[in-house]
Ligand binder design. Structure first.
Ligand code: SF4
Length: 355
């Protein structure tokens, strides 16, 4: 690292910049309601603001507070989440709401340390809620903020290493506004988030208009994009799956609930098989005779390439398994479905929205 965090005056500049140039119109801003802040924080992980806006509004309409969310069914939560991806976030969110009700009487705990004991709330999310809603002086360190701070300080430790990440957490804490200016913590937290989201972008950061440009080591070096340093990449894998797309002749499709663990856990899906032979073995002779291989396609997950092979069959409407049911289009559109399954079904009924 090439700059001393305590001497930078970074926090004051971020606070001043946020007042005039930061974001202030987003629906989860200007509130101290931990439910709204938490909801937005979870939704914004790996998802763009523009996408989250609609989901946030629909969620609040159906689940206006944490007790309502806790009382909702997992299927309904998945249905509202459908299209946002990374369903483990939705599952944890639902569990978290239930724990807030069961353990804390329906009121989010006020400290980052206690918030971080809840499902799906990591250290940075816990700090964001505690800083925004309860004024606690704690640092956040999400992907955007890591980028800003490593560039600012020329921090070239490898963030694949736990020790280096902990060192960056310590630095993030040293950079906070002074303890005798508690009113600044929410604005500072918003400011570093805004800097990462709107100025210090992963590629081609806008250093010319950056409020901390004069302090920034990476800018001085002329190569900001070399930060943050993270060498270990997760190894990608590939998997082929066969999906049974059964039609009962009355425009209904057979969907089954996936097990609680493994791919697409807890969602509704077309039945999935490891091989074409296994899929055919589950069919009656008449169903097998009607089988047509639809074009295979690739679905890319974060760490895995899925090669999906749909097989269409005509069925007489018999039950195809214990965990499934026949669904008309009017009902499956409201279910939590994996994105490629939703896409496939919408292709069969083009009037429906695949999003
Ligand atoms: Fe990021 Fe450039 Fe600002 Fe440095 S000067 S913090 S690299 S935008």
């Amino acid at each position: 690292m090439k700059a001393e965090p305590a001497t930078l005056g970074f926090a004051a500049q971020v606070v001043a910049w946020q007042k005039t140039h930061g974001r202030s119109e987003l629906p989860w801003q200007n509130t101290r309601d931990p439910y709204r802040v938490w909801l937005s924080e979870v939704m914004l992980q790996q998802t763009q603001v523009s996408t989250v806006l609609g989901y946030f509004a629909r969620f609040l309409e159906r689940f206006p507070d944490v007790a309502a969310l806790a009382a909702g069914s997992e299927d309904e939560v998945f249905g509202l989440w459908s299209g946002l991806g990374y369903y483990s976030r939705a599952r944890n969110m639902h569990r978290c709401a239930q724990e807030v009700v069961a353990r804390f009487g329906g009121a989010f705990p006020r400290s980052a340390a206690e918030l971080a004991t809840l499902p799906g709330i990591g250290r940075s999310t816990a700090s964001a809620i505690a800083a925004f809603c309860f004024g606690e002086r704690v640092a956040i360190l999400d992907g955007n903020v890591k980028r800003v701070l490593t560039r600012l300080l020329g921090f070239d430790g490898d963030l694949s290493s736990g020790a280096q990440e902990r060192a960056l957490w310590d630095i993030a804490t040293q950079l906070l506004p002074p303890a005798d200016q508690p009113a600044d913590i929410a604005r500072y937290t918003q400011g570093v988030m805004d800097l990462g989201a709107t100025v210090c972008l992963p590629r081609r950061p806008s250093c010319m208009i950056c409020p901390v440009g004069a302090l920034c080591v990476a800018r001085r070096e002329g190569e900001p994009e070399r930060y943050p340093v993270k060498t270990r990449k997760l190894r990608r894998t590939a998997q082929s799956l066969w999906m049974l797309q059964a039609d009962d002749g009355a425009d209904r499709v057979w969907l089954e609930k996936r097990p609680a663990r493994g791919i697409w856990a807890g969602l509704y899906s077309l039945p999935v098989f490891e091989s074409r032979e296994a899929l055919l073995a589950a069919l009656s002779p008449a169903e097998r005779a009607s089988a047509i291989d639809a074009p295979a396609f690739l679905h890319v997950l974060t760490h895995k390439d899925l090669h999906l092979h749909p097989v269409r069959i005509a069925s007489d409407g018999r039950s195809l398994g214990d965990t499934g049911a026949w669904f008309a289009a009017a009902s499956w559109t409201a279910l939590g479905l994996p994105a490629p399954v939703r896409k496939l079904l919408a292709q069969q009924q083009p009037a429906l929205d695949a999003s």
